[in-house]
Design a protein around this ligand. Sequence first.
Ligand SMILES: Cc1cc2nc3c(=O)[nH]c(=O)nc-3n(C[C@H](O)[C@H](O)[C@H](O)COP(=O)(O)OP(=O)(O)OC[C@H]3O[C@@H](n4cnc5c(N)ncnc54)[C@H](O)[C@@H]3O)c2cc1C
Ligand code: FES
Length: 279
Amino acid sequence: MYKILEKRVLSSDIKWFNIYAPQVAKKAKAGQFVVLRIHEKGERIPLTIADYDREKGTILIVFQEIGKTTKLLGTLEEGDEILDFVGPLGIPFKLEENVENVVLIGGGVGIPAIYPKAKELYKEGKKRIISIVGARNKDLLIMREEMETSSHELLIATDDGSEGTKGFVTTVLQNLIDEGRDLDVVIAVGPTIMMKMVAKTTRPYNIPTLVSLNPIMVDGTGMCGSCRVTVGGQVKFACVDGPIFDGHEVDFDELMRRNKMYVDKERVSLELWEKEVQR
Ligand SMILES: Cc1cc2nc3c(=O)[nH]c(=O)nc-3n(C[C@H](O)[C@H](O)[C@H](O)COP(=O)(O)OP(=O)(O)OC[C@H]3O[C@@H](n4cnc5c(N)ncnc54)[C@H](O)[C@@H]3O)c2cc1C
Ligand code: FES
């Protein structure tokens, strides 16, 4: 069992859990994820490793409550335990040695996913980190302090203009490109549509772009096929071949279609759970 040592409420529907999982913390690297199951009858869901502390044996997860399992997870408190917490899974972020200027882009709960990479690279001190974070409004901007202390430059975009540039993360990225800034690689994590638009922005300039895909995952070990994605015309399983891929090669439209496959069932499952909770 994996104990929740610390819980923070980052916004009305985004929660932060520090979990005691020493075996996972021992090997975790930026870009990897865990698959957890709250109880024996629960479904397995993947969540990104947002930070790790090898000495304390802890793993940080930050999640948005969007359906039955994430809402149930959000009801847990400090001291509660999670049944399964498998990881680290997936291939960590890897950058070419000669890369100097790294742009890290995080949208919504993609921000915790870019944080460990920003922290790792900033600590290493060999590269210049420009982070661009985006949210619908300033109240939904999470982990701002952490990103500020792990970046040489932190740029913010909000849809409503309540903080930073009014617009999307791609508006800020395009501004950097138009200013003629040196951008050697872009790493983007967030909603699929955001990653698609980032890849579209960088493609004409041939700026290498990495994205972390979020298909539906079940086992997380390459056995079930549910996380199938098409990259460069080839079938890949995001849990073992990814989740990080070349953004210019990903078939984002197929991914978005596949992610909507179970929407009706997910809605029914959430409604049944909500009725049960209210009883
Ligand atoms: C590698 C990876 C890392 C992720 N990291 C994070 C993270 O750090 N924070 C975060 O908030 N979310 C993250 N997600 C998304 C998270 O797994 C889903 O939000 C969660 O599974 C939804 O489950 P639910 O029962 O609450 O919602 P549901 O109502 O079941 O589903 C809502 C939507 O979530 C997606 N989804 C549902 N089940 C799964 C599943 N088993 N695997 C993947 N997506 C699913 C589908 O698009 C679905 O339409 C990650 C996904 C992947 C693949
Ligand atoms: S989650 Fe089953 S193959 Fe990837």
